[in-house]
Every structure is written in C-alpha cells, then in structure tokens.
Design a protein around this ligand. Sequence first.
Ligand SMILES: [Zn+2]
Ligand SMILES: [Zn+2]
Length: 291
Amino acid sequence: MVGISNLLSYDDVLSLAVGLFVLLFSIVWFNLKSGSNIDNENNEHDEELFKQPPPQEEDCPICFLRMPSLNSGSKYQTCCGKVICCGCAYAPLYDSQSNKVDNQKCPFCRTLWSDSDEEDDLRYKIRMEANDAIAIHNVGVYYSDGLDKYPLDHAKALELWHRAAELGYAEAYTSIGYAYKNGEGVEVDEKKAVHYYERAAVKGSTIARQNLGNNERRTGNMENALKHYMIAVRSGDANSLTEIYLLYSNGHATKDDYTKALSLYQKYLGEIKSDLRDEAAEADEEEYRYY
Ligand SMILES: [Zn+2]
Ligand SMILES: [Zn+2]
C-alpha cells in the first residue's frame, strides 16, 4: 500500500499544514470580527437611543421659559408658525390705561385671530408653502382623522408626515410609527413602527418614548422599559412616572429608581412652572393644562 507520506515530501506536508492553519485562523478571525461589528453597531444604536434628548420644542418665544411637553401646554399659531406657551396664549392684553382688553390677536405677531374655517385653511396653505413642518404635520393629522374639509385619506396623511419628518419634526415620526403600528395606510409592521418611534424619541418626542417603554414592558424587557420611561419623565411625561412606580411595585425597578424618577419630574416642573401658566390652567383646564 502506498502511504500519503510516500506521495508528499516533508516540505509539501509542512506547507499544507501551514495553509490549513491560516485558513482556520482566518475563519475564526472573520467570525469574531463580524460578531464584534454587530456588537459595536448595537452598542452605538443603544447609546444614541438612550441619551437624554433635547426638548422637542424650543423655549416659549415670549416668556422664554421651557415649553411644556404636554400638548395643551403650548399653542401653534397659524399666522406666524410660532409655538407659544399656554400662559402667553392666555395672557390678557392691557391698553394704555392699564385696562384689560379682549385678546383677539396672536401674542407673538399681533395678527388678528382667524375667525373662519376658510381663513384657517388659507393660513395653513401659506404655512405649508413656507415648508413649516408643524403645519404640514397638522394637516396630515386632519387627513388621517378625516376632519371637515380634509376627507379621510391615510396615504395623503403619510405623505405629509414623511415631508414633515424630513424637515426634522419629531412628532411626524411618531405619527408614521403609529400608522405602521395600527396599519393605517400601510400594512401593520411592528419593526417599522419601532424604527419610527425610535427616530421620534431621539428627537425628543415624549409620546414616542413612552410607546417604546410600553413595547419593552410588554415583551418583558423591563430594563429597557425603565430606561425609556426614565428619559420620558425627564422630558415631562407624567404617565411614565406612573409606569416607573408600577415597575417598582412589581419588583422590576428599585426604590432608588423611583426616587430618581420623582426628582427628575420635580426638576422638569421647576423648569416649566410659572404663575401665568398656572393662571391659564386655572381659568380653563381643558384648554391650558400644562403638566
Ligand atoms: Zn410663554
Ligand atoms: Zn402669529
């Protein structure tokens, strides 16, 4: 019988062995490297996602205080496109004799408030032509609800939300996420819903942040749920404070976590509270409530 050693010289065997070793080493190295690339990508993704974002809205351009994150705490002006706080929207005007006058004007640009649907539509049209992301998003909401002169049209709503999102408006991403979550104008797609909620959350949307927290809680990832809720609380979301209390009650968060959440919420309140805003909320809670 002819053995392999008779066919191959010593040098051949040696180079074959070296070749095999190099091949094996390359396979192991490649796998480790691609694994660590995925780990790095995941780490970068988490690092960006779990950073405290800046507030979604700028400070009120009239009183310069932090804008409340609760919807009714700020008012969008269709005349100039400014978002002003509920306190400044409510604030009475005074004439030169210090008498209160009925405030019928935008507190920012002093344009008379619109008194008809036609005027509202015209103002929205002008704002949209000026690429005002909030106006574009709001009209999308009208189409998705099928309100008044905007017949129910989910495709049109999505088109407008994508346009507003490209202009950088966080809540437009939230609306797109909601459409994917509920299959409005698109097939239900949980992955895409999360993707858009995440884009909204890193831009400061507290609604999207709370949704992400709820998703994680439902799938049992309490650690991530807590992280999302904590960020939402610092951005002023009282519902997330309740969620953290529930996590603590059920043994998924510590007392320290809850204490931390409480102090973050207090800090937020310290930044947004004002006598004028309190006065507005007291006068009409539904219209001007801000926390
Ligand atoms: Zn203000
Ligand atoms: Zn105005």
